[in-house]
Design a protein around this ligand. Structure first.
Ligand code: PLP
Length: 389
């Protein structure tokens, strides 16, 4: 009955319904952190461009166990190692799993920063609630994460094009086959040095838009960063490649509303009469991941006040009409991995549509990219860049 009600409610009231189940104040605590550190030398290539994403990991990992009976255990920062897991663990069968993706940056002032960790902590908290996993204090999580980053700081490439990718993860580990709440869970954080997303300058992407496939749907879990949103996209990615595209443009509904591009949020820049330039991104209706980069671009654009900023639906018809009338200036994806990624072509209904993002100079996209990079690498002091001491 409750599940049925969830389908009928909008995103924020759905979250209130979910979180009321998990309003416990129990949490892990930074003060309980146990350190079991071992000294090793980070093994980073001289050229960060040689770092392939997610292949190499740092020396340590953070783990915190939880059981229904004993609650949260003590956080442990110890050697990076394989997990031992029951073959019937719920994560392996029903994808009771969620994660975050964030980065630590080595700044031009020698300080290490993470970016708006409060937004990742909140998103992780919401994903946990939606997965039936226990709640935790978001500030305790941030304190532990900062400590982890400062211990692994030598793994952060000293380059304003590279970073240390952080992967907080939360899994249901109870070894029993029923589809039910997991009475055992493991929260962990691992980290992987990451090179530049575009080692040789911007490489615009082509998107494959096929209305037969949807990433998320109303009442589903598109707004949460749960593993079950990602595995099934691999096949569609293969379809995209068959059509010469690098990523999928996820559409929804009979109007073919634009939702996301691969694993990025989407922005469209439109030119209207009277020189009005509109920055459009689809609204957070429950099918869109609440991206930290998306939110930051919106915040910057609203701060500057130069563009008309719209969180509204935009469909293929409007997009292609704007393209035809030369009113479509830019399309780009936004996410932690690439920050911003220009879109140069869409394949839709077996037709190629050239998107003029690069031809127009990608002016707006580049502005947001530069602003954000300045904050990541401490070129501009900003409250969003949180120093890890
Ligand atoms: C589906 C999806 N959309 C959008 C994003 C961008 O979110 P963020 O800016 O927080 O990295 C991501 C990446 O995390 C994603 O997986």
């Amino acid at each position: 009955m409750r599940a049925f009600n969830l389908l009928k409610t909008n995103q924020s009231s759905a979250f209130k319904t979910i979180s009321s189940f998990y309003s416990s104040k129990a949490t892990f605590k930074f003060d309980d952190l146990q350190l079991e550190l071992h000294k090793t030398k980070p093994n980073l290539p001289e050229d960060p461009a040689k770092l392939l994403f997610g292949q190499k990991f740092t020396d340590h990992m953070l783990t915190i166990e939880w059981t229904k009976d004993a609650g949260w255990g003590k956080p442990k920062l110890g050697p990076f190692k394989n997990l031992e897991i029951h073959p019937a663990a719920k994560v392996l069968h029903y994808s009771i799993e969620l994660f975050e993706g964030m980065k630590a940056y080595y700044g031009v002032d020698g300080k290490i920063r993470i970016f708006r960790p409060d937004l990742n902590a909140l998103r992780m908290f919401k994903s946990a609630a939606r997965s039936g996993l226990p709640s935790f204090d978001q500030q305790e999580f941030i304190k532990i994460l900062k400590k982890f980053v400062s211990i692994e700081k030598d793994w952060i490439p000293k380059s304003t094009a590279a970073s240390l990718y952080l992967r907080p993860t939360f899994i249901g580990t109870e070894g029993s086959l029923g589809v039910s709440v997991s009475n055992k869970a493991l929260f962990y954080i691992i980290a992987s040095p990451a090179g530049p997303y575009f080692p040789t300058g911007f490489k615009p992407v082509s998107l494959y838009a096929d209305p037969r496939f949807v990433r998320a749907f109303p009442g589903g879990v598109g707004a949460y960063k749960v593993g079950s949103n990602y595995g099934p996209t691999v096949y569609v990615g293969m379809e995209a490649q068959k059509h010469g595209c690098q990523q999928v443009l996820w559409l929804i509904g009979k109007e073919n509303l634009l939702t996301e591009a691969g694993t990025m949020n989407m922005f469209v820049v439109l030119k209207h009469d009277n020189d009005v330039i509109e920055l459009v991104t689809p609204p957070l209706d429950g099918t869109i991941l609440e991206g930290v980069t998306r939110q930051s671009i919106l915040d910057l654009a609203r701060r500057d006040g130069k563009l008309k900023v719209s969180e509204r639906n935009i469909d293929m018809k409007e997009t292609l009409l704007a393209l035809e009338k030369n009113r479509l200036l830019e399309m780009f994806g936004a996410g932690t991995a690439a920050v911003t990624c220009p879109i140069e072509r869409i394949v839709f209904n077996n037709k190629n549509y050239e998107i003029p993002t690069m031809k127009t100079g990608a002016k707006h996209m580049s502005y947001f990219l530069n602003e954000l990079n300045s904050i990541f690498y401490g070129k501009k002091k900003h409250e969003w860049g949180v120093v890890c001491e």
